[in-house]
Write a protein that binds this ligand. Structure first.
Ligand code: ADP
Length: 742
């Protein structure tokens, strides 16, 4: 069989509904292709552009995808094409691809677009025979294009596709929804109102569910899990009970595909009427609509599409005609390839299950994370303080922070406190971290103590980067005894982890320390062992990306370069990821250090680019990138070594990176981790096992890691873990930033 010897020319197309982050994928595909020495053509306006051909199929140059990372939508246009559904349309599209010498396609779109692409691929040989017979292409051209290689990337805000944990655009849509609901909560609380917010998701409740978890919604309707008959009464009872307990607002989230158990639509109007007639509550309805598709992509929706766009090109370069085409997505925090059509079929299967009212199976097919999020949300919205059961001993559990504040800390405390109270335990808050513990600033929390904390930035319990001192330990031992603390939950950064380790090391001296101690990772630096992601790092990344976008704008206006310094202590995570998300030219971070030779080389490359018409330059440095060379010096080097051609300013983003409302992802993570942590801690107390460890995300799963050997988990002399899988992104960052030298 004649097969593609080597792919030299590929096309990229965005099709179906647009979503934020598609531009990052296009940019990655174009730049990875050019770096690999192959041509990349953009097919404008989806499949209709493929059929129209001409100016709508154009070779892309490196510079043409500059300045699009921060834009929502797709720079090459998208469309729905009824013509592509016809064989005649697809034949014309095939002719245009052959005329342009395109051998492989990266298709960025939803399940419809992927189905179309697969059909096109299957028909390819026949279409080409027909084109030869018509005289539209020559037999030689047909021979040179024996088949069409395809690879799929999923662009969809709904997160409704199998084969990837996240679709391109879903995280940004969640940002838009959460921003809107946060704003609505302010006004709802002022007037003691109920709001019904309808979000997108015709077949998939992902956005509604995660937004519910991230905003502390009071009721949720999703297509996969319709409410039981009689839900109207139950919902009203819950809302009424909430009002009686002093809650000033109610938020009801409804996915646009919400149905009842009989498969009949539940509309926002219906829910609103139920509240009016049963509770005499005039609820306001907000239908969020297209704002969910809009706005600048989140950090995640720039980084993830860059990673999968990069991988998609390599997939085509390693194309094998005897393998089914694949979809490139992410699973368990890693790029993941799986058979394209199998995923499309499974995606449709869930829709069929919902149609056939097999809701239990539909939920199971959504996966573990979805089911767990649903269970936690249901527990949180139903939870209420109650005495513990007759067969369980009520516990006294304490929560504290350690190290600097991180967005999401309050969210985690709220979840842990409420879930603990719901089980009948006494929840104690240790204020002011280690210092407050020693001083005995310990207070009992009640249900309303954590009201509004789901979205609040900072750390209400107080967090500060102060390590434990020898004098603290006897005092802390006394406090544990006085307050009869059964288990300790530390939500914080390295100094908090170290504190847990120090307590463990002193158990012989202070028997009071023989209690289960569990740490949850919360720091913007993402520098902790036992987890690939810490609570707070996503918010910091988003905050930095917003600031760096502004710096880039200013740089563009004034033909300047900026060297921007971000936090991270000894970890370059924030710097590297910000660099990828904002399209920085160079990133200097502690794992690599700053070599003057490298800086000199970078300057010359940047100078050449400016001489060829480049107008903006961004260099990101990490606060401890090098022990001696600081950011201002890097800026000076760039200016001096470029012979004055580059005008470079430096800017230190500073402590604002630790503030701000937590991002949706950080809220969801904080809530899920806190839910698991509470459960784990309670189990250990009942079992009488004084564990000292942490819970974190490892390859996407929540895992326990003991901290009894904390120093061994760290790189000697540095505050960063031995294992840093994110470093793999360095090669992608370099590919995106450096055009090949011609
Ligand atoms: P999405 O890709 O977002 O699911 P659509 O389902 O509207 O969006 O599909 C986008 C385009 O993909 C359609 O307008 C059509 O051109 C093409 N397409 C979808 N399904 C098919 C199909 N079964 N056969 C051929 N082309 C299809």
């Amino acid at each position: 069989m004649n097969s593609i010897a080597q792919i030299k020319r590929i096309g990229v197309v965005t099709s179906g509904g647009d979503s934020q982050g598609m531009n990052a994928a296009i940019r990655a595909v174009v730049r990875t292709a050019i770096s690999a020495g192959i041509d990349c053509y953009a097919i404008y306006e989806g499949y209709s552009g493929m059929i129209a051909g001409g100016e709508l199929i154009r070779k892309m140059e490196w510079r043409e995808v500059s300045g699009i990372l921060h834009e929502g939508g797709t720079a090459i246009g998208s469309a729905r094409s009824s013509e592509f559904r016809t064989r005649h349309g697809r034949r014309q599209a095939a002719a245009n691809l052959v005329h342009n010498g395109i051998q492989g396609l990266v298709v960025i779109g939803g399940d419809g677009s992927q189905t179309g692409a697969n059909l096109f691929r299957q028909e390819w040989r026949d279409l080409l025979s027909e084109l030869v017979a018509e005289g539209n292409i020559t037999p030689d051209q047909a021979l040179a294009h024996p088949e069409l290689a395809i690879v799929g990337l999923v662009g969809s805000i709904d997160n409704d596709m199998f084969g990837t944990d996240m679709t391109i655009g879903a995280d940004t849509a969640l940002h838009r929804i959460v921003e809107a609901v946060d704003a609505i909560i302010n006004t709802a609380a002022s007037h003691q109102r109920s709001f019904i917010v309808q979000v997108m998701g015709r077949h998939c409740g992902y956005l509604a569910l995660m937004a519910g978890l991230a905003t502390g919604a009071n009721w949720l309707f999703i297509p996969e899990n319709p409410p039981e008959p009689g839900w109207e009464e139950e919902m009203c009872a819950m809302i009424h009970a909430g009002r009686l307990s002093g809650r000033r607002h109610n938020i009801i989230l409804i996915a646009e595909g919400a149905i009842n158990r009989a498969g009949k639509e539940i509309s926002s109007e219906y829910v609103s009427n139920v509240l009016l007639h049963r509770l005499n509550e005039e609820a306001r309805v907000t239908i969020l609509g297209h704002v969910q598709r809009g706005g600048s992509p989140s950090a995640f929706d720039r980084i993830m599409p860059t990673q999968i766009g990069y991988t998609a090109v390599h997939e085509l370069l390693n194309y094998s005609s005897d393998r089914e085409p694949r979809l490139i997505g992410v699973r368990d925090n890693r790029v993941y390839a799986s058979p394209l059509m199998e995923n499309v079929l499974k995606t449709r299967q869930v829709q069929d299950l919902i149609r056939d009212r097999e809701y239990g199976q539909a939920m199971q097919m959504r996966g573990r994370g979805f089911v767990e999020a649903h269970t936690i949300l249901n527990t949180l919205l139903r939870a209420q303080p109650r005495p513990s059961g007759p067969d369980t001993r009520p516990l006294r559990l304490a929560i504290m922070h350690g190290d600097a504040p991180a967005p999401g800390m309050n969210t985690a405390v709220r979840a842990a406190v409420r879930l603990g109270l719901d089980q009948g335990h006494t929840m104690l808050a240790i204020y002011d971290a280690i210092e407050g513990f020693a001083r005995g600033d310990i207070r009992e929390m009640n249900w309303t103590s954590v009201h509004g904390w789901v979205s609040r930035g900072g750390a209400e319990l107080g967090a500060n980067p102060r390590a434990a001192m020898e004098k603290d330990f006897p005092l802390i031992a006394g406090q544990i005894a006085d307050h009869r603390i059964d288990g300790l939950l530390m939500i914080g950064g390295y100094l908090g982890y170290d504190f847990a380790y120090q307590l463990h090391s002193r158990r012989a001296q202070f028997p009071e320390f023989n209690l289960p101690i569990l740490c949850l990772p919360a720091t913007i630096n993402n520098d902790l062992p036992g987890t690939e992601l810490t609570i707070g790092s996503d918010t910091a990344l988003n905050s930095n990306v917003e600031d760096l976008d502004k710096l880039k704008e200013a740089a563009l206006a004034s033909h300047r370069c900026f060297a921007a310094e971000v936090m991270g202590r000894d970890s370059g995570y924030l710097a590297l990821m910000c660099g990828i998300a904002t399209g920085a030219e160079y990133v200097y971070f502690p794992e690599e250090g700053i070599q003057l030779e490298k800086v000199r080389r970078d300057v010359l490359l940047l100078r050449d680019s400016f001489q060829q018409g480049k107008r903006v330059g961004l260099i990101v440095t990490s606060e401890r990138a090098d022990a001696f060379i600081k950011t201002d010096f890097v800026a000076t080097m760039f200016e001096k070594e470029s012979g004055g051609l580059l005008n470079v300013r430096h800017s230190i983003l500073g402590n604002m990176q630790q503030g701000g409302r937590p991002s949706p992802f950080d809220r969801i993570q904080a809530t899920r981790l806190a839910g698991r942590a509470l459960q784990y801690l309670v189990e250990q107390v009942y079992r009488g096992v004084p564990v000292v460890g942490c819970l974190g995300r490892i390859e996407g799963k929540i895992e326990y890691t003991p901290l009894t050997n904390l120093p061994d988990l760290m790189q000697p002399g540095f505050q960063r873990p031995r294992d840093q899988p994110w470093l793999e992104n360095q090669k992608i960052a370099v590919t995106m930033a450096e055009p090949p030298i011609s």
